[in-house]
Design a protein around this ligand. Structure first.
Ligand SMILES: Cc1cc2nc3c(=O)[nH]c(=O)nc-3n(C[C@H](O)[C@H](O)[C@H](O)COP(=O)(O)O)c2cc1C
Length: 243
């Protein structure tokens, strides 16, 4: 594919076929992602690849936790205490999930959510259907492969920057091979389930996950959330009189 076509056709995929991703393809994608630039070429990331039985185990444990937390959020004080006592469900990720969006970012976040749920035919006030869609995150949208991306804590924010560049390369390489992907902050809510299956150095922190596989031709995969105009991201020069 032409570079511009790869760039503009990559979109987050939220419905996958069960066709497995061949090992050679996965290896090639990761190798291409490693072409990415990074701070002093430190490449401060590590990736846990979940497939087959490990993927199934993670799917069921993450789904169990999400469902317990959802009950906890909606439930009475007694059910919250009970769920907490049962233990192991409260998020134990390395980074705090974003619960409140900054006011100036909220409109874009809202528009994206509204657009996605509209396409899925889920009314805004249907919390059950919205929870069910959210829960699909923890089943990797049925993808046959999930990646968990860890970053070295020693480079602070620059590790995350490097991992972001790595991820974009990976996702573009996937698009170029006819695969789909979805970066998922949701998959960083819990570290311990991933740690049950992989040896992860303590100084590597769970940044996010990515579902990877072959996209299904369904409406949700055609979702194209709006982008800002170039002029909107440009900062006005002091004294230019522009707002
Ligand atoms: C760091 C990061 C975290 C994300 N987390 C989620 C997630 O948890 N669940 C989800 O469905 N999409 C998630 N997304 C996908 C974004 O919603 C998506 O990139 C954005 O709406 C733009 O759409 P596009 O990727 O289709 O261009 C995430 C994307 C990024 C880069």
């Amino acid at each position: 594919m032409e570079f511009v076509d790869v760039l503009t056709s990559r979109r987050s995929i939220r419905a996958f076929a069960d066709t497995p991703v061949p090992d050679a393809v996965l290896e090639r994608l990761l190798g291409r992602a490693l072409e990415s630039p990074s701070w002093s070429n430190t490449q401060p990331y590590k990736v846990a690849v979940a497939q087959g039985a490990v993927l199934d185990a993670l799917k069921s444990e993450l789904s169990r936790r999400f469902s317990a937390v959802s009950t906890l959020q909606r439930g009475s004080l007694a059910s919250k205490v009970l769920a907490t006592l049962r233990g192991g469900v409260l998020p134990d990720g390395d980074y705090k999930p974003i619960l409140r969006y900054p006011e100036d970012l909220q409109p874009r976040r809202l528009a994206t959510g509204v657009g996605l749920y509209k396409l899925l035919g889920i009314p805004r006030d249907d919390h059950v259907a919205r929870d069910a869609q959210m829960a699909r995150n923890f089943r990797f949208f049925d993808a046959p492969t999930a990646l968990f991306v860890f970053v070295h804590e020693g480079l602070g924010v620059y590790s995350a920057l490097d991992a972001g560049i790595f991820l974009q390369s990976l996702m573009l390489a996937a698009t170029d091979e006819g695969l789909g992907s979805c970066a998922q902050g949701a998959l960083a809510l819990w570290r311990s389930p991933v740690e049950a299956h992989f040896d992860i150095p303590r100084h590597y922190k769970l940044l996010c996950g990515v579902s990877l596989g072959y996209p299904l031709a369904v409406p949700v995969n055609g979702f194209r959330p709006e982008r800002r105009e170039v002029a909107e991201i440009l900062l006005p020069q002091r004294g230019s009189g522009k707002a």
